[in-house]
Design a protein around this ligand. Sequence first.
Ligand code: K1U
Ligand code: ZN
Length: 167
Amino acid sequence: MALLPILQYPDPRLHTVAAPVAAVNEEIRRLVKDMADTMYAAPGVGLAAPQVDVYRRVIIIDISEPRDQLRVFINPEIVARSGVSDCEEGCLSVPGIFEKVTRAERITVRALDVQGASFELNADGLLAVCIQHEIDHLEGIVFVEYLSRLKQQRILAKLKKQQRQVM
Ligand code: K1U
Ligand code: ZN
């Protein structure tokens, strides 16, 4: 089992745009396995490769209660979206902060699986929110950047205080 360190906001590396995966090979499957170990241990319901300092377009999600339905999306693309919904979000890179973000209510995502096969998935509810949140990480966007400047300043102050207490 390999646990990878998760970058903490405001680390500037979280703003790096991830590169597409050219071939789904053993290296990518190893990355997926290490990301899954890391997500389950955190614990979280999702993780994007840039959060563990790997700038490839790979995200994983498991919103199931027994934590046994890992979904892997390689080179994910949202090909349809509809509706609007406000949902409280968290992020393993922004510990202890939960804020409402407005996103599409329903999406269709196209991606490759761990065998390199293309698939499409229709999602709503928490799954749709998570997919959009994780794809944002691939674009170098952290969810707090959708909030007002004042809220962002307060969050930064809170995170700095938390980080001082850990040291
Ligand atoms: O850091 C991440 O991108 C993962 C993030 C995913 C997410 C959660 C909620 C809304 C949008 C995106 C998390 O997993 S934060 C932790 C969390 O929400 C959670 C942890 C354990 C059990 C249930 C939820
Ligand atoms: Zn996140």
